[in-house]
Write a new protein. Structure first.
Length: 402
């Protein structure tokens, strides 16, 4: 809805497009409470936003400037309604979502701000969720998003994908944003739940838009979607029958989605056609090795550590270093894994990350240090971001103490 409305109003009227979307949802809350949820809620919301857009264009077209590329089509009553209807067509919305994704990746903005804009505007993330995805403070992210919207509003039209000069750099930021969107759904910081399958589905849907366009169906795009498929295949086992979060080590691998794994492997094979290795290639390779192992003990940990070594050279981060340390512990033992964790640079960035303390707890427990392990799990519970994570760490604290 935001993408379609921004195409009509122009990027400089982004705030107006967002207001119309909010109006549509507020209207739904009022009407659906009385009449019930319609058979097709999405179509109802689209129609409401479309009608609201028509009202605004008719009432304010002499007072505002709208999308220059539509020009006279919005000025004449004969062409106004058909133009608005076309903007809300299925194929037009797909194209506009692609253009909106790339518009958010303005070259005047740093990559972090570009990704934050995409998550906020196009994917519906609140500021707190965007901040959590970057492991940063909410006030700082709020300012960053506000500055980004000002830069974006300085444009008059959505990005044209035929612009070959800016496309590669913008594509990289778009891919990164979709990666973070999927990650937030897979193991995010939402206050209600640790697993949000709908966000994973949304990330995969938007990534498929990239795959469907010849300009953006690059090897890196194939690797990104391969990673999403291979990780999404494990979603049915991430929560057990009682609603408890399950770690990779506990999961019933028979529940993993074989079709998604097969699709991920095909996409990963296709991603090897290029000459450049990206972080998505490496992470998809790690996910593939996990997917191929019928049991935890069958996992090729030496190869996984090697891939993490490569990932640390491509895109180092404290979280990547933590995951590498956990893999080292699987390969070389808990004591070596702890040494790798203690050697992580910028470890203070993990001070609020519950799984940092969870990893410490697991490795201390393997070494027989039950009291220390229990303290780490209790610290992880205190930093947990939702009830599901709190229950998981509370259970582990109880298990190591018994």
């Amino acid at each position: 809805m935001v993408a379609a409305l921004t195409r009509l109003f122009g990027v400089h009227n982004l705030a107006l497009a967002e207001d119309v979307v909010q109006d549509a949802f507020c209207r739904a809350l009022e009407v659906w409470k009385l009449r019930g949820v319609p058979e097709n809620p999405s179509a109802w919301l689209m129609a409401t936003a479309k009608n609201r857009a028509l009202d605004i264009l008719r009432r304010e077209r002499t007072a505002r400037t709208y999308a220059p590329e539509l020009g006279r089509q919005l000025e004449s009553e004969w062409t106004l309604a058909p133009t608005v209807a076309e903007a809300f067509g299925e194929s037009a919305i797909r194209d506009d979502q692609l253009r909106m994704m790339f518009s958010c990746c303005h070259p005047q903005l740093p990559e972090v701000a570009q990704v934050a804009l995409m998550l906020n505007i196009l994917c519906g993330f609140g500021v707190s969720e965007v901040a959590a995805a970057f492991l940063t403070k909410q006030p700082a992210m709020e300012k960053r998003i506000a500055r980004g919207k000002k830069v974006l509003a300085s444009s008059m039209r959505l990005f044209d994908l035929s612009d070959e000069r800016d496309l590669p750099a913008r594509l990289s930021a778009v891919q990164r944003a979709l990666y973070l969107l999927f990650s937030e759904g897979y193991h995010g910081a939402h206050a209600a739940t640790a697993v949000r399958g709908e966000l994973c589905v949304e990330a995969m849907r938007l990534a498929e838009l990239l795959l469907a366009s010849p300009q953006t169906a690059t090897p890196a795009t194939h690797a990104l979607i391969a990673l999403m498929c291979l990780n999404a295949a494990r979603l049915p086992a991430r929560v057990d029958a009682r609603g408890n979060l399950s770690s990779l080590y506990e999961q019933d691998r028979a529940l993993w989605d074989a079709e998604l794994i097969a699709k991920g492997e095909r996409l990963l094979d296709h991603s090897a056609t290029g000459t450049m290795i990206t972080e998505f290639h490496i992470e998809a390779g790690i996910a593939s090795l996990h997917s191929r192992a019928r049991a935890l003990e069958d996992t090729d940990w030496p190869m996984i550590v090697s891939l993490y070594d490569t990932l640390m050279t491509i895109r180092p981060s404290p979280v990547v270093a933590l995951n590498r340390a956990i893999a080292v512990a699987q390969r070389d033992g808990a004591e070596r894994g702890l040494a790798e964790i203690f050697a992580i640079a910028d470890v203070d960035r993990l001070a609020e990350y519950p799984f940092y303390f969870g990893a410490l707890g697991e490795l201390e427990h393997r070494l027989g240090h039950c009291d220390i392990a229990r303290d780490h799990f209790l610290t992880a519970r205190a930093r947990a971001r939702n009830p599901m994570e709190r229950q998981f760490f509370a259970r582990r604290a109880k298990e190591v103490a018994s």
